[in-house]
Design a protein around this ligand. Structure first.
Ligand code: ATP
Length: 956
């Protein structure tokens, strides 16, 4: 994230401003462009370089690591730094990375034809969110610029019962995709995190949105407040869609959409509407499974900070063959579906492609030749495409007939039934996609006829238009060709005519064609030779005829080049007029590739189609039922992954205990990932699965598992918990992994318990709660829909083997000391820990492992440990805490605050004095239980805890 203050080097550099009155015309032109682009660093074309001057030059030299030179003219010396236009991309990339917007001040007039100063204008403003240069964009990704806007006066009326909605609009300028939505502040913040724009445009009444994850954060850019106004937004949007004020749900959406398009147009040279933004898609975030940034991060959907960067769910699913498919798959995974029929429809298609191996492989082969149509069509409509781009479009269109035939079973057929081609594809979904494969025959033929098979990268120097496309061009080329042939024959004919064997015919840039005769033969030079140039040992001549031919050749070549350019631009525009159809084709290809990718993964990694149960939660408690479920990413890294079942009725809470490293986190993530996969349209890694449709997925993972910076980890943990307790409902799936671990154990376990009770009693969400606080397993006895699960490990001669198998009931040992030993903690420390644990547990509970094994026969509803009274005193809490179940707790700052257990020193054997405080502590416990966590801000929660802790100290 850029942090530098660029004020001194965007807009007019102070050094130039100071000398403004006496600048030469060229620098004065530079100053004008700078003044008109206050928010950008202007790069000014001088010949083959983009130059910057004064302070801007220093910035360019520093960021791009190029030499700072000086331009001297009659008015003074100016620092100058430049980057080569031919190889500008890496330098522009560095400037964008450093947080700059860059305005390209190009020469817009042929330098040779200009009389006086060449005209220059800003043709493009390159910004992190609107960059379109292929070299600066990652293949197969999206790059959004977003704008957020309030609803204006209407939405902010004091009488409004609801908080004013916030509008959000995002455009990918490289592809033309445009999304618009609105919601309350939290919803929009979540959507922003999901979209992860590279750049955010802020208006006058825009709330301040900070990225949840600094590494995926955006650059915020304050932009002209006028474009956020309602009237301006309507005018801006009119060319894109008729009656825009009736097409959006409220002014907030309208203003955001108007503003983002205004900014996008500005960055593309302010040439008016972007013709390739043909579909402005409104959506409601509630129509998709809501996965906030914390969930995306902890489920490692797109990034994995622990393992290698490629070990993410997305990578595990990505078998796409083209950039279109990759982008589509990413979109799907960021926004899984919540409509059961839509989910089943994708499953149908994946199932069909999984069954029909030849079709799947045929489609893969065809798609491998597909280029990124979305970006191609963007370049074509922007008038930036070259002849090679049109050829790439042609190559992509050429695969469409194959793709259609393959999907119809014609090119590969049906390996299962070996039947005829009738009525294929079998599923509506694939049939519909096949029908949407527009062959665009006219466009394909036009490109094939017009554009040379292997055109050069330049479109102004000829060679881009094929033979036979245009009669005038063919005639010019014929003239040029004949002229050259005539010249090629000239040497032989002149040698014969003059008898000079050493006579030669040549050409150079300055003098054109010439006939060269050495000094020894000058006496034989015919009368019609005219002298052109004298060299050391020879003379160069031309003849009137040679001159005439030369003019013919040069004239024909020049006119041919100009004509080719005109023809090319015309073809490009004709192709551009089909933008919408090409985008429709791109969408269909993208979906086919994404579905094929999911099918390939399903076959290769043995996934199963999940049954989707979509009765409302109130009608059935049918919840998550998974047989032999696996973690899609971890299973690929483990030699032998142990599959586990999951049976989670709606509204139930599974409390999972077990040793460190036994697989608790992996298990709960497997369940959540099965839900995400199923709702994305994918099959799931399991032997069988039946899943409800969830509308939101929340995760809260323990502090030590969460390395994201920013807030204090405990603070962050509490903010996320607050959000869950506010927003989760009966259709939510909640994962809580070691909640409370970021603070002192006493506080942590109190929060964990209170949160679990609240989720059960008030929210009715389905939840999995992994914890080392073993007393949480009591909840199974106290609450109807809470049950215990645990992971087992075997201990032999002090060695621990993790079985990674989940079984009903609770476990009480965390094997923390053994894990510490495995990790290489020095032997004396391990031994001392062991003796402390033994001392603490002496006279304590029976062998808890044996107890929990017994519980297995009781099924999941049986409480695993001894029944405990409803209300546990703080003293008992503390005594339990000492039972060695939290040996892994990360020390935190708050651990330093003395609490009852710390000051006591011998917590297993309370003294008489201690007992005097029991009543007070019971009050404390009651107060603790009474904390209404869902309605507290994190700060209030912290203060309350601090207060309780101080009272515990005073009482003790
Ligand atoms: N079902 C499984 N089969 C095989 N290996 C597994 C399985 N589950 C987990 N593992 C392995 O065990 C390691 C630890 O798993 P995980 O992080 O889920 O344990 P944990 O119980 O949550 O540990 P902690 O309590 O210390 O956070 C994983 O990194 C993985 O390599």
């Amino acid at each position: 994230m850029p942090t530098a203050d660029h004020e001194t080097v965007t807009g007019l550099p102070p050094g130039i401003a100071a000398a403004r009155e006496e600048l030469t015309p060229m620098l004065s032109q530079y100053a004008d462009l700078c003044a008109a682009h206050e928010d950008a660093l202007v790069l000014f074309q001088v010949g083959d370089f983009y130059e910057a001057f004064c302070e801007a030059a220093e910035a360019v030299a520093g960021v791009c690591e190029v030499t700072l030179t000086e331009r001297s003219d009659s008015t003074g010396d100016y620092p100058m730094a430049g980057i080569p236009i031919d190889n500008a991309a890496p330098y522009l990339g560095s400037l964008l990375d450093a947080g700059y917007r860059v305005a390209l001040g190009d020469q817009v007039e042929d330098a040779e034809q200009a009389s006086g100063l060449v005209d220059r204008a800003v043709t493009e403003v390159i910004t992190p969110g609107t960059v379109v240069e292929d070299e600066l964009l990652e293949a197969g990704t999206t790059n959004y610029v977003a704008a957020v806007a309030g609803g204006g006066e209407d939405g902010e009326s004091d009488d409004a019962p609801e908080p004013a909605p916030v509008g959000l609009a995002a455009v990918d300028v490289s592809t033309g995709e445009c999304l618009v939505t609105a919601g309350d502040r939290d919803t929009v913040a979540e959507e922003l995190d999901r979209i992860a724009p590279a750049e955010l445009i802020a208006g006058p009444d825009t709330p301040d949105f900070k990225p949840a994850d600094a590494e995926r954060g955006w650059t915020v850019h304050e932009y002209d407040s006028g474009v956020f106004e309602r009237r301006a937004a309507i005018e801006r949007l009119e060319p894109y869609l008729p009656a825009p004020d009736r097409r959006f749900d409220g002014d907030a959406e309208l203003r955001a959409a108007g503003a983002v398009l205004a900014y996008a147009e500005y960055t593309q040279g302010d040439d008016g509407p972007l013709s390739y933004v043909t579909r402005i898609r409104r959506y409601d975030p509630r129509d998709r499974l809501r996965l906030d940034a914390a969930a995306q991060r902890s489920l490692e959907l797109f990034e994995n900070r622990g393992l290698g960067a490629s070990d993410t769910l997305f990578d595990a699913l990505d078998e796409t063959r083209c950039a279109l498919g990759r982008r589509c798959l990413e979109r799907w995974l960021r926004r899984p579906l919540v409509d059961a029929d839509a989910i089943r429809s994708r499953h149908d298609a994946v199932g069909e492609l999984a069954d029909r191996t030849l079709v799947r492989e045929g489609v893969a082969d065809a798609l491998a030749a597909a280029y990124d149509l979305e970006r191609l069509v963007g370049r074509i409509s922007r008038g930036r495409a070259d002849a090679r781009d049109l050829r790439s479009l042609h190559a992509t269109l050429a695969v469409v007939p194959d793709l259609k035939a393959t999907l119809a079973g014609g090119n590969g057929g049906d390996d299962r039934e070996g039947g005829t081609d009738a009525d294929r594809p079998r599923t509506d979904h694939l049939r519909d996609l096949r029908d949407r494969l527009d062959e665009l025959t006219e466009v394909r033929e036009l490109i094939d006829d017009a554009i040379a098979a292997n055109p050069p990268p330049e479109i102004t120097e000829g060679g881009v238009i094929g033979e036979g496309f245009d009669d005038d061009l063919d005639a010019l080329r014929a003239t040029e060709r004949e002229g050259r042939e005539w010249v090629a024959d000239l040497e032989a004919s002149e040698r014969e005519r003059t008898g000079i064997d050493s006579l030669s015919v040549g050409h150079n840039q300055v003098h054109g064609y010439y006939i060269e005769v050495t000094d020894a033969n000058l006496d034989r030079v015919p009368d019609d030779y005219r002298r052109r140039q004298t060299l050391k040992n020879s003379e160069r001549y031309y003849t009137p005829e040679l001159k005439e031919r030369e003019e013919e050749i040069v004239g024909a070549a020049e006119r041919a080049d100009a004509l080719e350019y005109e023809l090319f631009v015309d073809v490009r525009e004709r192709v551009g007029s089909e933008t919408e159809r090409i985008q429709g084709l791109a969408d269909a290809i993208a979906e086919i590739d994404a579905l094929r990718s999911l099918a390939t993964v399903a076959v290769e990694y043995d996934y199963v189609r999940p049954e989707i149960v979509d009765e409302p939660a109130s009608d059935t408690n049918a919840g998550v039922e998974i047989e032999g479920g696996r973690h899609p990413v971890v299973e690929r890294a483990e030699e032998s992954f142990v599959p586990n079942d999951a049976d989670l009725p709606r509204g139930s809470i599974a409390v999972i205990t077990g040793p460190n490293m036994s697989g608790k986190s992996t298990y709960m993530r497997s369940v959540a990932l099965a839900v995400v996969l199923a709702q994305t349209g994918s099959f799931v890694p399991a032997q069988a699965a039946s899943l409800p449709v969830f509308d939101r997925l929340f995760t809260r993972v323990g502090a030590s598992d969460d390395i994201a910076g920013g807030q204090s980890t405990f603070m962050r943990e509490m903010s996320e918990l607050t959000e869950i307790l506010h927003d989760a409902g009966p259709d939510s799936l909640v994962l809580l992994d070691e909640v409370g671990r970021g603070t002192a154990t006493t506080d942590g376990r109190a929060i964990a318990r209170a949160a679990a009770e609240f989720i059960h009693d008030e929210l009715g969400a389905t939840a999995i709660f992994a914890t080392h606080y073993h007393d949480l397993t009591d909840l199974a006895a106290e609450r109807e829909r809470v049950f215990n699960l645990h992971f087992t490990a075997t201990r032999e001669d002090g060695d621990v083997t993790f079985l990674h198998r989940i079984v009903p009931g609770a476990s009480s040992s965390s094997y923390g000391v053994e894990v510490a030993e495995l990790a290489g903690v020095p032997a004396p420390v391990v031994e001392r820990s062991r003796s402390l644990v033994t001392a603490d547990t002496a006279g304590g509970s029976p062998d808890s492992e044996a107890a929990s094994e017994d519980d297995e026969s009781d099924g999941r509803d049986a409480p695993a440990e001894e029944e405990k009274p409803d209300s546990v005193s703080l003293r008992e809490f503390l005594a339990e805490e000492s039972a060695g179940d939290d040996a892994d707790d990360t020390p935190s700052a708050s651990d330093d605050v003395p609490n009852a257990s710390d000051t006591d020193g011998n917590i297993d054997t309370p003294t008489a004095d201690d007992r005097a405080g029991v009543d007070a502590e019971s009050d404390l416990t009651a107060d603790l239980r009474d904390l209404d966590l869902a309605r507290m801000t994190p700060i209030e929660a912290l203060n309350a805890l601090h207060d309780l802790q101080s009272r515990a100290d005073d009482d003790g």
